[in-house]
Design a protein around this ligand. Structure first.
Ligand code: RP5
Length: 172
């Protein structure tokens, strides 16, 4: 976990969301961005969530990432209270497989945006990358580490390509 004052706040609607949001944590750890994780629910703990949202900016948080499932009001609730950019991660935690949370997050009213990611682990990882891109606008160190992160990703794809080619050659 990178040291220093947290710059990204990861808010999850329930501790049962942690498994998916570990993907966000991993990306932020890899890029070296200090973050904090809190469990707060728009519906179950509105007062605590409101307090967190209204104080985050003053505490030095620069981006909020919110993951929630079902009637996923959490990112929209944060967006209504905080001037910070809000990234929403729809979670697949109900019998509707995340389509419910995706639509809840993406259909924000005009004037109160939530940058909504893909459902589940892909979205959770992309939320971390998008947060890093936002921070990179004003931080050359993050920009450099983000470039290295992308380079590693590209190298992994090249390696997979070589592996596939080798496997096909063997089967000929
Ligand atoms: C949502 O309800 C949470 O974000 C979670 O995805 C879902 C289920 O929560 P638990 O009943 O497991 O606490 O608010």
């Amino acid at each position: 976990m990178p040291r220093g004052r947290p710059r990204v706040g990861i808010v999850m609607g329930s501790d049962s969301d942690l498994d998916v949001l570990r993907e966000t944590i991993k990306v932020l750890d890899d890029i070296g961005i200090a973050h904090e994780v809190v469990v707060a629910s728009a519906h179950r703990t509105p007062e605590q969530t409101r307090r967190y949202a209204t104080r985050a900016d003053r505490r030095g948080i620069r981006v909020l990432i919110a993951g929630a499932g079902g009637a996923a009001a959490l990112p929209g609730f944060l967006a209504s209270l905080s001037p910070l950019p809000i990234i929403g991660v729809p979670l697949n935690s109900t019998p509707l497989s995340g389509l419910d949370s995706l639509l809840s997050m993406v259909q924000m009213p005009k004037g109160v945006p939530v940058a909504t990611m893909a459902v589940g682990k892909w979205g959770a990882a992309n939320a971390g990358i998008l947060a890093a891109q936002i921070l990179a606008l004003g931080d050359a160190g993050v920009r450099k580490r983000l470039a290295a992160f992308r380079k590693t990703m590209a190298a992994e794809v090249a390696q997979r390509s070589r592996r596939v080619a080798a496997e096909l050659r063997r089967k000929r």
